[in-house]
Design a protein around this ligand. Structure first.
Ligand SMILES: [Cu+2]
Length: 105
């Protein structure tokens, strides 16, 4: 918990759909606090998920996600602003597997 500012206390679920080659975020804006990314691979290749803010890695899935499989990533996003969700498998990011999640107060 942050002492200096209010943050969401309940975990906010964010659905993330991955496929070749795009990342769809079903909830593009959340409040600061706990976020649970429910990641589903809707494609035919393996994918992963890395979350960054201002170029710094905030967190990532521990494992790669196989086609048709799901994975969960729990993070506490303490700072407001734009977070990037990317897939770091091969050249997937350059091919379009990137999305933005906005975190507001
Ligand atoms: Cu990928």
């Amino acid at each position: 918990m942050l002492a200096d500012a209010p943050a969401a206390t309940a975990t906010q679920a964010v659905g993330v759909g991955e496929r070749e080659f795009a990342i769809a975020i079903y909830r593009p804006k959340v409040h600061r606090g706990k976020v649970k990314f429910n990641v589903r691979n809707l494609g035919e290749d393996v994918h992963d998920l890395v979350v960054t803010r201002k170029g710094k890695r905030v967190g990532a899935l521990a494992t790669i996600v196989k086609p048709g499989a799901s994975a969960t990533l729990r993070l506490t996003l303490k700072k407001t602003g734009a977070y990037r969700l990317i897939c770091t498998v091969a050249d997937h990011e350059a091919r379009g597997m990137r999305a933005t999640l906005r975190v507001v107060k």
